[in-house]
Design a protein around this ligand. Structure first.
Ligand code: HEM
Length: 150
C-alpha cells in the first residue's frame, strides 16, 4: 500500500526528481566514463560504433547530450529541442545508423550509472529515471527512418 502511494507522482514531479538526481550525479566526474563502461558491459558490440571515436571528447559530448535530453522534457527549451532533433538525425539510419533496439541498453546503462553516482539514490528513482528518459529516447528512435532534408 505504502509503495503504491509513494510512487503515485505526477509527470512533472518525476521530471523534477530525475533532474535533481542528475544534478547530484554530475558531481561525479566519472559519470560518463562509468556510463560507457556499463553500456559496453550490457551490449559489448555497441563498442564497435566507437572504434574511431575520441572517447575523452565523447565523454564530454554525452554529458551535454544528457542535459539536452532532460531539457527536452517539458518542451519549453528551444535549444534542447533543436539539439535533440539534431541528435535524432545524426543517429538515424542514413548517418550513425544506431539501430532502435540498441536504445534499450542505453537507457539501462543510464539507470545503472545514476544508481552508482547519485549519493542520495533511493529505490524508486530507478523507475523515475527509466520512465522520464524513455520519452526523449523514443523520440530519437522514431526518427530512425526519417529522411531529413539537407
Ligand atoms: C545505444 C545507443 C547509442 C549509440 C550506440 C550511440 C552512438 C554514438 C556514436 C557512434 C557517436 C559518434 C561518436 C563520434 O563522433 O565518433 C555518438 C555521438 C553522440 N551521441 Fe550517441 N549513441 C546512442 C544514443 C544516444 C542518445 C540516446 C543520445 C542522447 C543524448 C546520444 C547523444 C550523443 C551526442 C550528444 C553525441 C555527440 C555528437 C553529436 O552531438 O551529435 N546518443 N553516439
Amino acid at each position: 500500500m505504502y509503495r503504491k502511494k509513494a510512487r503515485a507522482k505526477s509527470w512533472d514531479d518525476k521530471v523534477r526528481i530525475v533532474n535533481d538526481s542528475f544534478l547530484r550525479c554530475i558531481n561525479d566526474k566519472f559519470f560518463s566514463r562509468y556510463f560507457y563502461k556499463n553500456l559496453f558491459f550490457l551490449k559489448p558490440n555497441l563498442e564497435d560504433y566507437f572504434k574511431n571515436t575520441d572517447m575523452e571528447h565523447q565523454e564530454k559530448a554525452i554529458m551535454n547530450g544528457l542535459k539536452f535530453l532532460l531539457g527536452f522534457l517539458d518542451g519549453k527549451d528551444a535549444n534542447s529541442r533543436s539539439q535533440i532533433v539534431r541528435i535524432a538525425q545524426t543517429h538515424g539510419h542514413l548517418a550513425l545508423n544506431i539501430h532502435p533496439h540498441s536504445y534499450y541498453y542505453w537507457i539501462e546503462a543510464i539507470v545503472m550509472t545514476a544508481k552508482k553516482c547519485d549519493p542520495e539514490w533511493f529505490d524508486d528513482l530507478e523507475y523515475y529515471w527509466r520512465e522520464v528518459v524513455s520519452f526523449p529516447v523514443s523520440f530519437i528512435i522514431s526518427n530512425y527512418y526519417v529522411k531529413h532534408p539537407k
